[in-house]
Design a protein around this ligand. Structure first.
Ligand code: SF4
Length: 141
């Protein structure tokens, strides 16, 4: 996987309370696994069948949430994630997505979008590499 230079991978990050920019990335998809869909269904107490009928669709043979109003995340309400404790890994690992870190230009755009980059605790090169490989990012919103 090609990512920006190693020495640039020590990055401060903390999700900023009240921000929901990454829940409003229009044109993008929130992909989730079947296990994550089941966890959200349990959290919402909807039942899995109902959840799969109402809240997800298939995009390129991958499960994704349907869009909410104005292409925001369907679970964004009053600027807050209503399924936060069981949000998909895609949400838990933002902004450290491989596509965001492929080039300096792409990372610069991500920094413009995410005010939490440059704040909070320092993530080491090793932690960022692990997140890029799929480890969960443990940050609070
Ligand atoms: S991860 Fe960044 S863009 Fe997303 S809500 Fe937190 S501060 Fe905002």
């Amino acid at each position: 996987m090609k990512i920006i230079k190693t020495e640039q991978l020590k990055i401060r990050f903390e999700c900023i309370n009240g921000c929901s920019n990454c829940c409003r990335l229009s044109g993008g998809y929130v992909y989730l696994t079947e296990d994550e869909a089941a966890a959200i269904a349990r959290f919402m107490e909807t039942g899995e069948d109902l959840f799969l009928n109402w809240f997800v669709r298939w995009i390129d043979e991958k499960l994704a949430l349907v869009d909410g109003p104005e292409e925001n995340c369907i679970f964004l309400e009053d600027g807050k994630c209503t399924v936060y404790p069981v949000r998909p890994k895609q949400c838990r690992t933002y902004p450290f997505w491989p596509e965001n870190m492929k080039t300096n230009e792409r990372w610069a755009l991500t920094k413009q979008m995410c005010p939490g980059i440059g704040k909070g605790r320092l993530f080491s090169t090793e932690e960022i590499a692990a997140i890029l490989k799929g480890k969960d990012l443990d940050s609070e919103r």
